[in-house]
Design a protein around this ligand. Structure first.
Ligand code: F0G
Length: 353
């Protein structure tokens, strides 16, 4: 029976890999395109969710990590390091475990979701908590990789973007054309840069006739690309995108400009509302940061933007189970309903009797 082989085997001829690179894979990619009936109806558009939480470690990071780890192993690395707001560390730890090399992760202390931390720990990573933010962790990780025998696999490693661009290929392969608009959350800005690379390559190879407009959404308190300058003290409930100085700044700005798109920001409340709506209306549970693109669509709709007749893809980047504390914290009115163990009590409590 056919099984999706992972992004390296599925798209090998489109990836720029050194000769002799081994394949370290968990069969990432091949994620669902789920039509949002709710958003399609609201906007009068065809709105598709690219559900990246269905990757092996629950986020889009696996696409880049399979490539970065494979190349690192091919080059003889015995240890890998990354800075992370959580998902990159979870993914790197899993792929390093598979490769049999040592994962070292630097995370901002107290600022990463419990699910992600659990993944890194269980996969065997050495986790270093830094009294600082993601930007500090990245600065330190870069320096460690320069001075010590440990390979850096943050998205400043071009092999990460090489893997992540495959999401664009999958979208065009599925739709039979490129979307008109692509919307996604933006933090360190690697993903929007990778998508743009993928879309452009499909046009160059004749597999698509146009590229979409790229729209990146940041959290209000961590919106350097909207402000046009780094933010020294980024803050947002969407911990995955709590980043003040994105590493792929120039590539991301080029993606927005060349595609006719731009960066905007959503408030924490708008992000959490979008997370809830997506879960309760479409049945898709994503982590807070992952809902930033959906929040953005709702904001633009409320402002009167006209997307009627357009094909819109929204990447929802990570799984809701990564961060249940934040998700549940929005349900302040929720009260446990406890009953005696009999049918009548349950029926009465449920309003059925
Ligand atoms: N959504 C999620 C769930 C993320 O984890 C990230 C980034 C983004 C969106 C933003 O993507 O950085 O390519 O613009 N997480 C990184 C990490 C920073 O360490 O896991 P980006």
């Amino acid at each position: 029976p056919h099984q999706w082989l992972g992004v390296i085997e599925e798209y090998r001829d489109r990836l720029d890999l050194p000769d002799g690179t081994p394949t370290i894979t968990l069969r990432e990619g091949g994620t669902p395109m789920v039509r949002s009936g709710w958003l399609s109806g609201l906007l009068g558009a065809e709105v598709w969710l690219k559900v990246e939480g269905n990757n092996p470690t629950g986020s889009f990071k696996d696409r880049g990590m399979t490539v970065a780890l494979s190349v690192a192993v091919g080059e003889g690395a015995k240890a890998v390091v990354c800075a992370s707001t959580g998902n990159t560390s979870a993914s790197m730890a899993a792929y390093a475990a598979r490769a049999g090399i040592k994962p070292l992760v630097l995370v901002p202390q107290g600022k990463i979701a419990a699910g992600k931390l659990a993944q890194a720990i269980v996969h065997g990573a050495q986790v270093i908590m830094v009294r600082g933010n993601f930007d500090d962790c990245l600065r330190i990780s870069r320096a460690l990789a320069e001075d010590y025998p440990v390979a850096l696999v943050n998205s400043v490693n071009p092999m990460r973007l090489e893997g992540q661009k495959t999401a664009s290929f999958e979208i065009v392969d599925f739709l039979g054309r490129a979307p008109d608009v692509h919307v996604l959350p933006t933090g360190n800005a690697g993903n929007i840069s990778a998508y743009w690379k993928g879309y452009k390559e499909y046009v160059e190879s004749g597999d698509a006739s146009h590229t979409p407009v790229m729209r990146g959404w940041q959290a209000e308190g961590a919106a350097p690309l909207v402000l046009g300058h780094p933010v020294s003290d980024p803050e947002t409930v969407a911990s995955a995108i709590r980043i003040g100085n994105p590493a792929s700044w120039d590539l991301a700005v080029a993606a927005a400009q060349e595609s006719g798109g731009r960066f905007r920001k959503a408030s924490d409340d708008q992000i959490l509302a979008a997370q809830r709506d997506l879960a309760s209306r479409d049945g898709v549970f994503v982590e807070p940061a992952s809902a930033a693109g959906v929040a953005g669509l709702l904001i633009e709709h409320a402002e009167g933007a006209d997307l009627r007749g357009q094909t819109v893809v929204v990447t929802v980047t990570g799984h809701g189970l990564k961060d249940i504390d934040t998700a549940l914290s929005t349900f302040t009115e929720l009260v446990d309903v406890v009953v005696d163990p009999d049918v009548e009590s349950a029926a009465r409590a449920a309003g059925l009797a």
